[in-house]
Design a protein around this ligand. Structure first.
Ligand code: MG
Length: 235
């Protein structure tokens, strides 16, 4: 059973949604791109490694893989080259589809009169247009925190603190929807009630040990609990 009793302490005004692995089923493509980019260099990197590092900057991911396997730092040139290979592979893959049932989740939140923010480490220039195409009339440009807004990014609390600041919310006035361990860590460090939806291949434990308040397996499961969550958390 999921314990929702902590929701009583909230004064809910907004939901903050992560993007990769939450709005779009894009993590399989990211994992594939990372694995192939590293494989070309003889570096062993598994899809699990990619999912565990979701949210980290590309540079940090490359540095970690180098020190772990080659026992040395990657040069700046290597870093740039590998990241470019990763991005090129990612771009060549079929565009990720919206996560099943996430549109209904967004509509339920909107119909409850709550604000919706995007908090993502992604920095694609076409991001807003893409969101608007798949989820019309849900998002607004002002209610986004992207790679361009932050210095540190997840797992630092910075992106979620920035979303609180943008909306003039207190930490107990928002709920975060995340899928990744480092995203959960970031949201929890910002003091926000965090729902993890384990849409990927990781064990639930990776999300719970980073502080997720609640874990669901699919957006459909979240959707089925959402009316109760909103009723409990709204004053
Ligand atoms: Mg994510």
């Amino acid at each position: 059973m999921v314990d929702l009793s902590a929701l009583d302490k909230l004064d809910l005004k907004a939901f903050f949604f992560d993007m990769d692995g939450v709005l779009f089923d894009s993590m399989p493509n990211h994992a594939k791109a990372w694995c192939t980019a590293f494989e070309d260099l003889g570096i062993h990197f598994t899809p699990y490694d990619a999912y565990m590092r979701e949210g980290m900057t590309g540079t940090s991911t490359i540095y970690q893989a180098f020190t772990r396997q080659l026992g040395r730092d990657a040069s700046e040139e290597e870093c740039k080259r590998i990241y470019k290979v990763k991005c090129d592979i990612f771009e060549s893959l079929p565009e990720a589809k919206p996560m099943p049932h996430v549109l209904e989740v967004l509509q339920t939140v909107k119909q409850a009169g709550l604000d919706i923010y995007i908090v993502t480490g992604s920095g694609q220039h076409s991001l807003f247009d893409r969101l608007n195409t798949h989820f019309p009339n849900i998002f607004s440009r002002e209610k986004m925190v992207t790679a361009y807004d932050v210095k540190k990014g997840k797992p630092d609390p910075e992106p979620y603190l920035m979303a609180l600041k943008k909306g003039n919310f207190k930490a107990n006035q928002a709920i975060v929807i995340e899928n990744a361990p480092l995203g959960v860590k970031s949201a929890v460090a910002a003091g926000i009630f965090t729902i993890a939806v384990n849409t990927g291949i990781l064990k639930d434990e990776e999300l719970s040990k980073n502080g997720a308040d609640v874990i669901y397996q699919t957006m459909e499961e979240l959707l089925s609990h959402l009316p109760e969550i909103i009723a409990k958390a709204k004053r």
